[in-house]
Design a protein around this ligand. Structure first.
Ligand code: ADP
Length: 257
């Protein structure tokens, strides 16, 4: 609590009392803490790949370059880590635009099927590599007024997560249908699931249930925060249901107009 006080005097200039104003600054402190945590997280996430890039480049220059096997191995690490940095910076900029309402949605009438034509070949290929069965159901022709690039991002992030957090030979399904004035998108997997405590937090920036696992699969911990912002920018809503070791289902409702 922050207290601001002022004395009150009577006509003869004697102290009569005081006014005290109590400001509840809990919310202010909390958002300050969130901002500090965010900066600390960003620094840490950027530092890790940078340290690694620098270290391997130095080792190469110190002589490892002479050995063909090491050279290839170290250059591959440098390439992967720089790709990681690129994804991270891209996601951070994206999130920052979304959070500052700077992102102007480029809304137009789009056909969901043609949108999926751009995405499905990529994600199906990723699913195949883990021998995951990927089913898509699009009921009738679905049209929606939305930003096509942002909507693609939503699909890609959710499906990538479903693939990353589902063991080999699993099942993933994407189903899209119109319900009254809304389009409902459901992405469901039979993967590792999310505990009840974590479920409320997965939309926070950098929150990951298992940091090592997320990093190994190329995750930045920002994907769902971005998804939620995009959905809300379209006046939609997102919900998640999950059971540990049974699977996870994300359900999005977007107004058609
Ligand atoms: P990440 O880049 O780590 O995947 P996200 O913001 O996309 O970041 O997701 C946050 C966390 O939520 C993930 O690290 C993971 O722990 C959990 N998560 C997201 N999707 C799923 C899913 N389909 N199944 C299980 N856990 C998930």
């Amino acid at each position: 609590v922050e207290i601001v006080g002022a004395p009150i005097f009577n006509d003869t200039k004697n102290l009569k009392g005081a006014v005290l104003v109590f400001h509840d600054i809990t919310e202010l402190k909390r958002s300050e803490q969130t901002r500090k945590d965010f900066v600390a997280n960003v620094s840490h996430e950027l530092k890790t790949p940078m340290t690694s890039i620098r270290g391997f480049a130095e080792t190469l220059l110190d002589g490892a370059m002479e050995e063909e096997e090491l050279r290839e191995q170290f250059l591959t690490i440098i390439l992967n880590e720089s790709q990681r940095l690129q994804t991270l910076v891209h996601d951070l900029l994206e999130l920052s635009k979304l959070e500052h309402d700077e992102l102007k949605l480029n809304r137009k009438l789009i056909n969901i099927s043609s949108l999926l034509d751009d995405i499905l070949p990529i994600v199906s290929h990723q699913a195949q590599q883990k021998n995951i069965t990927f089913n898509t159901t699009v009921k009738n022709t679905i049209e929606i007024v939305a930003d096509p690039e942002r909507l693609k991002q939503v699909f890609i992030n959710l499906i990538n997560n479903a693939i990353n957090y589902t063991p080999n030979n699993g099942n993933i399904s994407l189903s899209i249908e119109t319900i009254d004035m809304f389009v409902r998108i459901i992405v469901s997997d039979n993967g590792i699931g999310i505990s009840e405590e974590s479920r409320d937090r997965i939309f926070e920036r950098f929150y990951r249930v298992d940091k090592a696992r997320s990093r190994n699969t190329g995750g930045t911990g920002l994907g769902l925060a971005i998804v939620k912002h995009i959905v809300e920018a379209h006046q939609g809503s997102i919900k998640v249901e999950s059971k540990i070791d049974k699977g996870t289902t994300f359900c999005i409702l977007l107004p058609k107009q």
